[in-house]
Structure formats: C-alpha cells, structure tokens
Ligand binder design. Structure first.
Ligand SMILES: [Zn+2]
Length: 346
C-alpha cells in the first residue's frame, strides 16, 4: 500500500539535545539496547518545571542521558510530572526514579497496575505457567531447554521500583500540559489501556506506541493471559481512533520520527492485520504450531533475541482466529497447541 505519511524532521535530535516541536513541546531521544534502538520522549514546559512523556529504561546509560538533558536543554528545571503512555519497560523504566525525586506519575489504571505488579514479580527461573505457555506455543526445543534453566528477563531488571500512588487518566478526560489542552484517548492491543493525548485547539498528538510510523507495534500474548486477543483489540482501537484523525495532525510517536498522515497510518494498520490474518488462515490448511507461523507472519528469519516476542505475536494472531471462529486449537500429546483453519460450515 502507498504510504501517505510525511516527516517534517528528517533527523532525530542528537544525544543530549532537544528539538522544539512547537512552543513548550520538546522532543528528545534516548538510546535503547534492543530494537528499535531508541525511544522518543517529549518534554512539556510547565514554567517552573517539566512534564515528561515516557522515560526510557532504568539503566546507567539512560540515567546519564537524562542527566545530560536536564543539565542541558532542560536548563536545570525539575521534572514535576511523568505522563506514561503504557507500561512497557522502555516507557516506564525511570518513572519511579523521577517520582523518587518529587515528580507525580500520571497513567491509566491498567498501565500503572501492570507496571507495579511486574516490578514486584521477580523470578529466578521461569514459572510453571510460563513454561506451559512456551510449550503450548511450540517453542523451539533447544531454546526451551536453555530458557527453562536460566534466569528469565525480569521487568525489575530495567524498571526502577514504583512507589505507591499515581494519578489516573481516564478515557475522554481533558488534561493540561505544556500550556495546552489534551484529550485522553485510550487504545488497546500493543498494551492494555495505552494512553494517547490528542490536542484540543491544536494539532499535536502524543501517540505513544499506539500509532507508530514505519513499524507495526508488537501485538503479543504472554503467560499472564494466554487466551488474550490483542489483535482483535488492536483492530478495534485503530477503527475507533480513525474518525478522530485528521491530515493536519502531527503525531509524536514513541519510536521513529514525528509524522503527519495519522488517518492513512491507522487505515494501514487495519489493512496490514487483515492481510496477515488471510495469509495465516491459508497457512493453517494443515495444523500448525505458533512457532510454525513465523515465516508467514514476519517474512524473515527470527533470531533468538527476538524469538520470544515473535512467539508472543504469533499466538496473538492465532488466538484472534480462534476467537473469531476462523480456526480451532487442539493440544498435542507434547503440550503444544496446533491450530487449523475451520472450513466453511465445519
Ligand atoms: Zn510498547
């Protein structure tokens, strides 16, 4: 599909620098140690301090990056508020660090609960539920054996402790930030209850990972909720947000570059999922495990670093077919699920 997106800035801000997107709205970029290798943060001028939108991981490199920003373009003024778009570690990682230094945290209830729950859920080995999920999804036997005996990724490894207490953001409320009004619009699919902020009387949209240019956000299922349908929630959210989108809006996404063309991008997301589900249905003419569906879903080889996310996303798409009646799931003797397309009328 032809993309109708345009990018007013060809280059992101350099390390330690910020670009003024509009009066009172700064854009800075932080490095991440995994793909996509960066996070965009937006810093809103509150006069005697700042509101920051998303924070990056809690690592020494990221703390130094923030120190450079605070001492440089942010002119030593304090961060008084963190607005969190969603609970993923690259976004929430340093929220508790800012809170410990006096900032308030604003988030949706689910984002806050997920982040706080996951920071407290430290496991030395994968839980039995996680192992069952990996087995169900048909994880490669060699990877399964290695990961079952290794310390898993723990959210708290890269997310600072979140103190008790936050300010909830709810669907449709208007909030003030950076001398402007914004309406909270909540989306689902990539993360439950992801907040996006849509300009009221202006055309900026703080889009988080709900509306990214160039990459489609991961729509993953995890052991927490093995039968979840993030793909269905994602399509529903894109459809709900589409009538709010206009050509003039400038989207400020969590990754890649700010862009115009929000209506086209939301339509692309929906079309992308529809064609992916069609390819997947055709692939399920014979029974397949989730790990058998990487080629048809991603069109490339999946390395071990991205294997877990790929598996989560494959289950996401298969669950959607199960939910909507397009496929049936059976469990094999080895505990792995196999999905098969349902023939018309079957
Ligand atoms: Zn995310």
């Amino acid at each position: 599909m032809r993309s109708a997106l345009s990018y007013p800035w060809r280059e992101p801000p350099a390390a330690g620098r910020a670009i003024e997107i509009a009066e009172g709205v700064l854009w800075a970029r932080l490095p991440l140690p995994f793909r996509p290798d960066h996070l965009n943060v937006y810093v809103l001028d509150e006069g005697d301090g700042w509101t920051v939108v998303d924070t990056g991981l809690d690592t020494p490199v990221l703390r130094e990056a923030w120190a450079a920003l605070l001492g440089g373009p942010l002119a030593g003024k304090p961060v008084r508020r963190v607005i969190l778009t969603h609970h993923h570690p690259d976004h929430v990682g340093l929220a508790g660090w800012f809170q410990a230094a006096g900032a308030e945290l604003w988030a949706t209830r689910t984002a806050w609960l997920m982040a706080r729950m996951l920071t407290l859920d430290v496991q030395p080995r994968p839980t039995p539920e996680t192992l069952a999920f990996w087995r169900g999804a048909g994880m490669d036997a060699g990877l399964f054996a290695a990961r079952a005996e290794a310390r898993p990724f723990n959210f708290a490894d890269v997310v600072a402790p979140l103190p008790l207490g936050y300010r909830r953001m709810v669907q449709g409320e208007e909030i003030a930030a950076g001398g402007r009004r914004w309406r909270v619009e909540i989306g689902h699919g990539h993360a439950p209850e992801q907040a996006t902020l849509w300009g009221v009387g202006h055309e900026l949209v703080l889009a988080g990972d709900q509306i990214l240019p160039g990459i489609t956000p991961n729509l993953g299922v995890h052991a927490t909720e093995p039968d979840a349908d993030p793909v269905g929630e994602w399509i529903a959210s894109c459809s709900r947000l589409l009538p709010l989108a206009t050509e003039g809006q400038l989207a400020l996404p969590g990754h890649r570059l700010p862009f115009r063309g929000v209506p086209a991008r939301l339509a692309e997301f929906i079309a992308h999922e529809e064609t992916a589900l069609e390819r997947l249905t055709a692939h399920l003419a014979t029974p397949r495990r989730a790990s058998d569906c990487f080629g048809v879903l991603f069109g490339r080889r999946i390395g071990s670093a991205e294997y877990g996310l790929a598996l989560a996303e494959a289950v996401g798409h298969l669950n959607h077919l199960t939910r909507t009646g397009g496929a049936v799931r059976r469990e094999g003797a080895d505990g792995a699920w196999a999905w098969q397309a349902r023939r018309n009328g079957a």
